[in-house]
Design a protein around this ligand. Structure first.
Ligand SMILES: [Zn+2]
Length: 316
């Protein structure tokens, strides 16, 4: 893959305001993000390409087309990205990328609709694809070192019990499993239930079996030790024990708090079916919190390339 040098982080911050308000600036911003100084044909990879100009006005063609001298095909910066199949102006994409990467608790489609003056449907289309660009790669190394594992319920009401579902138990909250490396990466996923089988399977998938695991005393984590090479230590919340030396799940819990506030405050509520997309967004923000706003935005714009083909709308 040919990737030119990208704008430095301060340049992203400087150029974003203009890219959010002017279509040509947005196109050129995204072109620089994608190709740096050497734009390349999206069909054959050739760098022998040129901008197509409007003969009458002498300005760039209306659709901001490029043409390749080698394969003779035309292309735009949209091709092969999550914004390919949309007619939404790229300045709105820039605005949404920026807001999604800089707002601590995320940004709702309603807000994008209002600020960009686009339809709710368009705003939703745009945000879903941006969240998809934030999704982690399928092939990622397991977490290592000291890893906190915890489960949390996301949703409007509190169920009275945790554990398997049964009559009278509220199912309006969605259980989510979380594993977070101390001083490292965090991963969350929606789980079907919080039984031992489910949670321990999730741990085995996400965490290297030599890692030192910390959980609370919840019974679903019992017995993990038998099949685990690393240590498994627990804190007993029931007896008001929240930390014993460095044994705690406070990192996981403070990250849950952020998601809960975001889901309730920004999105009001999210159905179980779509929750994983919002988790991609929260996890991305958490995992890249040491970057500045410009770096985070540039990162998501780069991930938007090549993800288009993998995007699938879930069946309605
Ligand atoms: Zn070509």
């Amino acid at each position: 893959m040919k990737k030119g040098h990208n704008l430095s982080k301060s340049e992203v911050v400087e150029q974003i305001p203009l890219a959010c308000s002017d279509e040509l600036a947005a196109v050129e911003f995204l072109e620089t993000q994608r190709w740096g100084n050497t734009p390349a044909c999206v069909h054959c990879g050739s760098v022998d390409v040129y901008k197509m100009m409007d003969a009458k006005t002498g300005e760039r063609s209306k659709r901001y087309l490029w043409r390749c001298r080698d394969c003779k095909q035309q292309f735009t910066v949209r091709i092969g990205t999550v914004y390919e199949e949309s007619r939404i102006e790229l300045r709105h994409w820039c605005y949404a990328f920026w807001r999604a990467c800089t707002s601590k608790k995320g940004v709702s489609a309603l807000e994008i609709k209002r600020h960009c003056q686009i339809s709710y449907k368009s705003a939703l289309f745009l945000m879903n694809r941006i969240r998809f660009a934030m999704a982690p790669d399928d092939y990622r190394p397991q977490l290592t070192g000291t890893v906190e594992c915890d489960e949390v319920y996301i949703g409007p009401r509190k169920p009275r019990f945790r554990g398997a579902s049964g009559p009278g138990r509220s199912t309006s909250k969605t259980p989510v499993f979380c594993a977070v490396e101390r001083q490292g990466e965090l991963r969350r996923r929606v789980v079907a239930d919080v039984t031992a089988a489910t949670l321990q399977a999730a741990i085995r998938e996400e965490v290297d079996r030599r890692a030192r695991i910390m959980t609370d005393e919840y019974s679903a984590y019992r017995g993990l030790k038998k099949t685990w090479e690393g240590d498994h230590e627990t804190v007993c919340h029931r007896t008001n024990e929240y930390a014993r030396g460095d044994v705690h799940v406070n990192t996981a819990e403070s990250s849950h708090a952020l998601v809960k506030r975001g889901i309730v405050g920004i999105y009001h509520n999210v159905s179980r079916e779509y929750l994983h997309r919002y988790l991609w967004h929260f996890d991305f923000l958490w995992n890249n919190r040491q970057l500045n706003d410009g770096e985070r935005t540039a990162m998501v714009i780069r991930s938007a390339e090549g993800k288009r083909l993998m995007y699938r709308e879930p069946a309605a």
